[in-house]
Ligand binder design. Structure first.
Ligand code: S5P
Length: 257
């Protein structure tokens, strides 16, 4: 496994380049899933946790009091604390429809989200549609190659075909949502959700692995942590723990490579 900064030269995508650089600069491979439902909570988390994270992951459509100013504030915090914004939209329609969903509507996701993601169930047309909008803006797309939830259908040949689709769009597809590193190609970034400090499950099929396992054994790059951080009584203290565990697992892996 190469250090994050050494991987910059393998890609032409400006979002990947910025992400690899800021991860090494800030010494963090932590992405927080800020699954809160008001703008005040989201902005507070982004401000408090901003210095600890490389990426802030949003579900913008769960915000009850969304307005355009929320985006302006999020962008300001992203600049101030040097993190990228990942809107976890999980697009899943035909190319022509996802173009509109990405660019139009209330949220105008392509205007502010450095990263978004898509299921590959429709076939490669979904990537082509999103790319028409996102590539000129320098955005990056993650494909859901695997999911963290019990009984997921994203496995076996579905996962393999997803990897093949990514290879056909190396300018815009920057990596995967996956439980582990699947491709030995340093340009793709692997994001892993379903992470807590102890292994386990929630009551709705979510399955958790530890930062050590995800980074140290499965060689993923970025841990995505939601309730483990925002659900605790002291999110900043918890975020520091995840950051430390994720980063030390990365450093050990680099040292032994
Ligand atoms: O397979 C997946 C893909 C994603 S992006 N499993 C997931 O859990 N996610 C997202 O990661 C999910 O939508 C949520 O925002 C976050 C996990 O949250 P947690 O509270 O379970 O850590």
């Amino acid at each position: 496994m190469l250090p994050y900064t050494d991987r910059i030269s393998y890609t032409t995508n400006p979002t990947t380049q910025r992400l690899f650089a800021l991860m090494d600069e800030k010494q963090t491979n932590l992405c927080v899933a800020a699954d809160v439902t008001t703008r005040a909570e989201l902005l507070l988390l982004a401000d408090i946790l901003g210095p600890e994270i490389c990426v802030l992951k949003t579900h913008i459509d769960i915000i009850e009091d969304f307005d355009d100013d929320l985006i302006i504030q999020l962008q300001r915090l992203s600049e101030e604390h040097n993190f990228l914004i990942f809107e976890d939209r999980k697009f899943a329609d035909i190319g022509n429809t996802v173009k509109y969903q990405y660019q139009n509507g209330i949220y105008h996701i392509a205007d502010w989200a450095h990263i978004t993601n898509a299921h590959t169930v429709p076939g490669p047309g979904i990537i082509e549609g999103l790319k028409k909008i996102g590539l000129p803006k320098g955005r990056g797309l993650l494909l859901l190659a695997e999911m963290s939830s019990k009984g997921t259908l994203a496995k076996d040949s579905y996962t393999q075909e997803t990897l093949e689709m990514a290879k056909q769009h190396r300018d815009f597809v920057i990596g995967f949502i996956t439980t582990k590193k699947l491709l030995d190609d340093p340009m793709f970034i692997n994001f892993t959700p379903g992470v807590q400090l102890t292994e386990g499950e929630d009551t709705l099929g979510q399955q958790y692995l530890t930062p050590k396992k995800v980074i140290g054994e499965y060689h993923s790059d970025i841990i995505i942590v939601g309730r483990g951080i925002y659900g605790s009584s002291n999110p900043l203290e918890e975020a520091k723990k995840y950051r430390e565990r994720g980063w030390s697992a990365y450093q050990k892996t680099i040292a032994s490579a």
